[in-house]
Design a protein around this ligand. Structure first.
Ligand SMILES: [Fe+2]
Length: 220
């Protein structure tokens, strides 16, 4: 039986409203154009047993988001139990590392087989536990990250320096562009959007400084 979820549809509208507030950022227009046809489509609720990362960290992330973006925090919290929170399964576990596997979850709102089924767009909410390193990787899909919490560390190439970005400063990754995220003390909560090649897998890019980056602790 398909159960329509008003909370998920509301969250999609709230995300579009949020993205509109970032209008000048690279990639935002592309994602909003891709999701526009799905704004008023019914969404399927597909709850699964409680995800450990979500149970432990989503509340903290929403507490950080709520003062500046109460409607978005409310919409994520309301939809949370109707979403299928999962781990990304296409990495080699040895390459991406056990800490990342155990320390992240995402829920796809729009995408192939998602709450709103779409063939050429992937839009969802992504959470990573504090201090986790999401190792260098890349994928054919062009990608928007819109972080709702911060600060978090980023680098865009294994030979590039780590830079720290605050919440609400989006990142646009061109197809196959390398990127890495070092989560700060607050759980990393973000909206992600892939606007093409959504079923092509991501791959890890080896680097020899992951132990130091995994031990690193960013300050607030
Ligand atoms: Fe990515």
């Amino acid at each position: 039986m398909i159960v329509g979820s008003g909370h998920v549809a509301t969250l999609i509208r709230e995300i579009d409203r949020y993205l509109a507030s970032l209008q000048s950022a690279q990639g935002v227009t592309a994602v909003r154009q891709s999701l526009a046809p799905y704004l008023d489509q019914p969404a399927q609720a597909r709850p699964v047993p409680e995800n450990a990362v979500v149970a432990q960290h989503l509340g903290t992330a929403l507490d950080a988001l709520r003062p500046s973006h109460p409607a978005l925090a409310q919409a994520i919290g309301a939809a949370c139990g109707e979403l299928e929170w999962i781990s990304y399964r296409l990495y080699d576990p040895d390459q991406i590392g056990a800490a990342f596997i155990a320390g992240h979850a995402y829920a796809e709102l729009i995408g192939p087989g998602a709450a709103v089924d779409a063939p050429e767009l992937a839009l969802g909410v992504f959470i990573i536990a504090p201090h986790i390193l999401y190792r260098d990787h890349r994928h054919p899909a062009p990608e928007l990250y819109a972080p709702l919490t911060g600060p978090h560390g980023w680098r865009f190439g294994v030979d590039q320096p780590l830079m720290v970005k605050p919440a609400h400063q989006p990142v646009w990754n061109q197809p196959m562009a390398p990127h890495m995220t070092k989560v700060g003390p607050v759980p990393f909560l973000c909206i992600y959007g892939w606007t093409a090649d959504v079923e092509a897998p991501a791959t890890v890019i080896p680097a020899d400084d992951w132990p130091a980056l995994e031990a690193l602790r960013l300050e607030v």
